[in-house]
Write a protein that binds this ligand. Structure first.
Ligand SMILES: Cc1ncc(COP(=O)(O)O)c(C=O)c1O
Length: 381
């Protein structure tokens, strides 16, 4: 079995699963309980927070645990909107965001907020100049994805941050769900990024856990109110087994980060170089962007047909974005924002790699592709 759908979700790492099981079995007390069984969980919670903060170069009090990327994006966006509605109701985002951002913006629009969706070029890139021009007196938030989940475009987060230095009151949120370990993330006191969202299951931690970085001093309203966990910012009993195992997964992901990126890039380049030899293949991923994502289409063949053809070889790829591919229509996709016509966007497939994938798997993928491509040529003439 060859799993090339790692941007949809990853297989949990065995030692991460061990941590999950151990914490579930041995430290089941509630971290908020005053008795002895709450003590170790409370310490473990603090340790996990400190470890994650340390790994990404921020302070422990700037990390809040969530249920994953969707919650993090909803919180950063709506939490800022609610907190700052007295000052303004204008938000800037892009046309190449994940639905967790896009739909949050749409909902805020329906409640009276005004949202500017910045256009993207044919590589899926937005322009810091366009962003500057879109800023208004009443702009309270800028939300931009770091690494696009459909095609792997890496946005110029640092340059956008430079533009925003002239507007210190605007919150800058970055959806970094596809970014951990894959690109350099510049967080911490010197960075202009105020919030960044991460999701455990994208880096070999369990499902249903994630974290958000919120820069010290930046205020956002909580969305989940209740028992006051996470310093009153995100109520709900902490999912300690998932949190502790995610902190391990963050460390493992960032261990030998550069070597892993080189390995991913080599595999991606091998597939790209091969696909470039095929007359009827169009590659949508721009060169030298994220090392783990490659989006392409075979002329005249719908993406789902190709997915199922690979399935017969026990190779698992996706159409563009697995979390939305069953539900979302092509018109609101990244490819559409890049100006790809609908009938071509519908051919799109995404290969998304993880560090444990091998060159041998890439060779097997190429061999299967050859056969599938030939078969399609025979059928389509
Ligand atoms: C860029 C991006 N943002 C947000 C999400 C949502 O994350 P989650 O699945 O943890 O809710 C995803 C999931 O694919 C994503 O790729």
């Amino acid at each position: 079995m060859i799993y090339f759908d790692n941007s949809a979700t990853t297989k949990i790492e065995p030692t991460v699963l061990e941590t999950y099981l151990k914490v579930s079995e041995q430290f089941y007390g509630n971290p908020s309980s005053l008795h002895l069984l709450g003590d170790t969980p409370a310490k473990l919670l603090a340790q996990s927070r400190a470890q994650i903060a340390n790994e990404i170069g921020v302070q422990p009090n700037e990390i809040f645990f969530t249920s994953g990327g969707t919650e993090g994006d909803n919180w950063a966006i709506k939490g800022t909107a609610f907190e700052k509605m007295r000052y303004g109701k204008h938000i800037i985002t892009s046309t190449v965001e994940h639905p967790a951002v896009y739909e949050s913006m749409k909902q805020l629009e329906s409640f009276g907020w005004d949202v500017t969706f910045l256009p993207a070029d044919d590589k899926g890139l937005i322009s810091p100049k366009d962003l500057k021009e879109a800023i208004r007196e009443d702009t309270v938030l800028v939300s931009i994805i770091a690494v696009n989940n459909e095609v792997g475009t890496v946005q110029p987060i640092r340059e956008i941050g430079e533009v925003l230095r002239d507007y210190p009151s605007i919150h800058f949120h970055v959806d970094a769900v596809q970014a951990l370990g894959m690109v350099d993330l510049d967080l911490g006191p010197a960075s202009r990024v105020d919030m960044a969202v991460f999701s455990g299951h994208k880096f070999k931690a369990p499902r249903g856990i994630g974290f958000i970085y919120i820069k010290d001093g930046r205020q956002i309203a909580p969305l989940l109110t209740g028992g006051g966990q996470e310093r009153d910012m995100r109520s709900g009993t902490e999912n300690l087994p998932a949190i502790a195992s995610m902190s391990r997964a963050v460390r493992l992901t960032l261990d030998n980060e550069q070597e892993k990126r080189t390995h991913l890039r080599n595999m991606q380049t091998k597939i790209r170089t091969y696909l470039e030899t095929k007359e009827k293949v169009k590659i949508f991923t721009p060169e030298m962007h994220a090392p783990h994502i490659l989006c392409f289409g075979i002329e005249g063949i719908r993406g789902e047909v190709t997915v199922h053809a690979f399935e017969e070889y026990n190779i698992f790829i996706s159409t563009t974005s697995a979390c939305s591919s069953r539900a979302m229509d092509v018109d609101s996709s990244t490819l559409s924002a890049m100006g790809v016509p609908k009938h071509i966007a519908e051919t799109a497939n995404r290969v998304s790699l993880a560090a444990e994938n091998t060159e041998d798997e890439v060779d097997q993928f190429i061999k299967a592709f050859d056969e599938i491509y030939e078969k399609f040529q025979v059928i389509n003439g």
